[in-house]
Design a protein around this ligand. Sequence first.
Ligand code: ADP
Ligand code: MG
Length: 317
Amino acid sequence: MPIRILASDVVSKIAAGEVVERPASVVKELVENALDAGASQVTVEADGGGTRFIRVSDNGSGIARAEVELAFERHATSKISAETDIEAIASLGFRGEALPTIASVAEVDVLTGHQDESVGTLLQIDGGRVISKSQQGCPRGTTVTVCNLFHNVPARLKFLKSNATESGHISQIVTQLSLAFPEVKFTLVMNGRTSLRTAGNGNLRDVLAEVYGLETAQSMLAVDYSASGICGFVSPSSVSRSNRNYISFFINRRWVQSRTLTYAVEEAYQGMLMTGKHPVSVLNISLPPDSIDVNVHPTMCEIKLRNEREVFLAVQK
Ligand code: ADP
Ligand code: MG
């Protein structure tokens, strides 16, 4: 075959493999967009492990009618404009890939009411193609509905786990985002049942009570190591779990998974927990934006730290 540039719909489907690995990735991208839009309330609904239906509603800024289609173009973003912006990312998203990617592998409806417009906009897209656009009354904010995820990529559907497992991943991502943003009121409705509801009052201990239970939340010790930009909560030695899933890190409010930092926390508990037991911790780490590179992983759940050793030692301490 001769060399050729791939058509854009083929490119989006390839990208979908990286950005949208599973239903929980869709939830992550949509909630992050809601947070970037300044929402104080975010509701996530999912059915059938997220493959049948995902809906994320927010009360953020909304999208201007004239820009709704543009939001679904590849590399279209309102969050950065120049290369130098990449060195100091203040938003969760910036690549302009999530919406087009999701729209290329699902049926998507977006209903959005922009803060400066009196009437809302409804855009329907299927397999990346716009089906209809109309005006519709709606409150300020955005609701994105994603149906039949991966219906046109059978290979990916085959790799998904059971609905229960996929629902678990959705629940995990919403939980982590609610811990990262205690000032935002999160509601998660799974198969019609409300499984998480946070107050959005800015109090992290209250979110901990919602997600890990009142008793654990009350026992957690506050950490405020401001010299190193670290604050949050850690469990006392009397509280532990049998896996590491309860050790969370947020770097500049982004949930990151880091073996190194997890190890730092475990090290700090050395000799205090029984073998096979792990602590509970939620640590917010603030770092100068130019000391981290978030652009090393397609979903940005891993990031590169310029002074990893320093951060490791600070977390351990
Ligand atoms: P990115 O988040 O990297 O900019 P996306 O594809 O996720 O890319 O979104 C494209 C653009 O659509 C965003 O830059 C933003 O301007 C707009 N947008 C998406 N979701 C929302 C939302 N919930 N509220 C307001 N604007 C949104
Ligand atoms: Mg985004």
